[in-house]
Ligand binder design. Structure first.
Ligand SMILES: NC(=O)c1ccc[n+]([C@@H]2O[C@H](COP(=O)([O-])OP(=O)(O)OC[C@H]3O[C@@H](n4cnc5c(N)ncnc54)[C@H](OP(=O)(O)O)[C@@H]3O)[C@@H](O)[C@H]2O)c1
Length: 316
C-alpha cells in the first residue's frame, strides 16, 4: 500500500482491509451488523464501504448509527449513480439522501458507482466540484470504470481543475482477474488507491459451493451472481484453492482475501459477510503471509489474463 494514501479531514491511514456493508439491513440483521462492525473495529479496521443503492438505504442508516460515536476515527465511503444517471441532479440528490441516512455532514470518499455513457463527464465533474467545495466529500472515487474511462475522466478533471480521481473500486478476485491487465497497473502508475470488491467471488472461494449451489448462499437466490461465477473452471479453481488452504492449515476464504491483498496496487480488499461466523475467516486474512511459492501456485489455478497489447513475443 502506498504511504501517500491518507483520507479524510483527519488524515487517516486506511486499514489493510475495508469492510463492505452491502448486507446490512437485509442478509445481516441490525444486531448481526453491529456485531460485525465491532469485530472489524477490534481487528483494527477503520475503513467502511456503503452505497446509496444498498438495501434501500438501511445499510447507510445502520452504518451511520454504528460510526456515530467514533466518526473521527473512521474512513467512510459511499457511492451514487448505480441507479439513475450521473447527471448533476441525480448525483447531488443521491449524495444528500446518503448523508441524511448516515446522519453525516460529509463522507470521506464519494464514488461514482458506474460509468455513465449518457451524461457528459463535464456535467458530472462540474457538480462533483461543487459538492466537494461544499464539504460534502473529501476524496473522489470511481467504481466499475474501465481504465480508459478512468483516464478520460481524469483528463476532464485535470483540464478544468475539477476534483481528480484518487481511488478506484473494481471487482477483483482469484477467478476475476481482468483488473490485472490495465486497472491495477494504471492505479500503480498514477498513484491511485484501490479498494477492490468481491474478494471471495460472492462466496464461491469459501469452498461452500463444492456440493452444488442449492440453499448454500447468494448464488441460490441471486441469478446475477450465479451467472457471474457460473463457469466450470471457476468452480474447479475454488476446489483447488480449498485443497491448498487445507494443506496450509488456513481457511480458503482467508487465503482468497490474502491473495487479493497481496497485489501491490491493492490498498484494501473490501471484505463482507452476513454474520460474525462468516466474517471470521476474512478477518484472519490480515494474519496470513503468502510467500512467493504459494503466490505462484495460487496464480496458476486460473489462466493469467493476457496483456493489453498483442505483441506477446515482446513481453518479458
Ligand atoms: N462497487 C460495486 O459495484 C460493488 C459490487 C459488489 C460489492 N461491493 C462492495 O464490496 C463488498 C464485498 O462484496 P461481496 O459481498 O461481493 O464480497 P465477497 O467477499 O466476494 O462475498 C461475500 C459473501 O460471501 C459469503 N461468505 C462470506 N464469508 C463466508 C464464509 N466464511 N462462509 C460462507 N460464505 C461466506 C456471504 O454470502 P452468502 O449470502 O452467500 O452467505 C457474503 O455475503 C460489499 O459489501 C460492497 O460494500 C461493491
Amino acid at each position: 500500500m502506498s504511504a501517500s494514501h491518507i483520507f479524510g479531514p483527519h488524515g487517516l491511514v486506511p486499514s489493510g482491509l475495508c469492510f463492505g456493508t452491502m448486507q446490512f439491513g437485509a442478509g445481516a440483521s441490525e444486531k448481526d451488523s453491529a456485531a460485525m462492525y465491532d469485530a472489524c473495529r477490534q481487528a483494527g479496521i477503520n475503513f467502511f464501504d456503503t452505497a446509496y443503492v444498498y438495501t434501500e438505504g438501511r445499510s447507510e442508516e445502520i452504518l451511520g448509527k454504528l460510526i456515530a460515536d467514533e466518526r473521527e476515527d473512521i474512513i467512510l465511503v459511499t457511492k451514487a449513480g448505480a441507479v439513475g444517471s450521473s447527471s448533476a441532479q441525480n448525483i447531488r440528490e443521491q449524495l444528500d439522501i446518503s448523508l441524511s441516512r448516515l446522519s453525516q455532514d460529509y463522507t470521506d470518499i464519494f464514488f461514482l458507482h458506474r460509468f455513465d455513457d449518457d451524461v457528459p463527464l463535464e456535467e458530472t465533474f462540474a457538480e462533483l466540484a461543487k459538492l466537494k467545495e461544499q464539504g460534502k466529500f473529501y476524496h473522489l472515487g470511481v467504481s466499475n470504470f474501465a481504465a480508459w474511462q478512468v483516464m478520460k475522466a481524469q483528463g476532464v478533471a485535470n483540464l478544468k481543475s475539477y476534483p481528480s480521481i484518487e481511488i478506484l473500486q473494481p471487482m477483483y478476485n482469484l477467478v476475476k482477474r481482468q483488473a490485472e491487465v490495465e486497472i491495477l497497473p494504471m492505479a500503480a502508475a498514477e498513484d491511485i488507491a484501490v479498494i477492490s470488491y468481491s474478494p471471495l467471488g460472492g462466496g464461491l472461494l469459501t469452498g461452500k459451493y463444492r456440493g452444488g449451489i442449492a440453499g448454500e448462499g447468494r448464488f441460490s437466490w441471486d441469478e446475477k451472481y450465479a451467472a457471474r461465477y457460473g463457469q466450470d473452471w471457476m468452480h474447479k479453481a475454488a476446489t483447488s484453492l480449498s485443497e491448498i488452504a487445507d494443506q496450509a492449515g488456513v481457511s480458503p476464504a482467508a487465503l482468497a482475501v490474502a491473495w487479493v491483498a497481496k497485489h501491490p496496487a491493492i490498498t484494501a480488499p473490501i471484505i463482507s459477510a452476513r454474520n460474525i461466523d462468516q466474517l471470521s475467516p476474512s478477518l484472519e486474512a490480515a494474519r496470513i503471509t503468502i510467500d512467493a511459492e504459494m503466490y505462484t501456485q495460487l496464480n496458476a489455478l486460473v489462466p493469467t489474463p493476457p496483456p493489453a497489447t498483442d505483441r506477446l513475443e515482446e513481453q518479458g
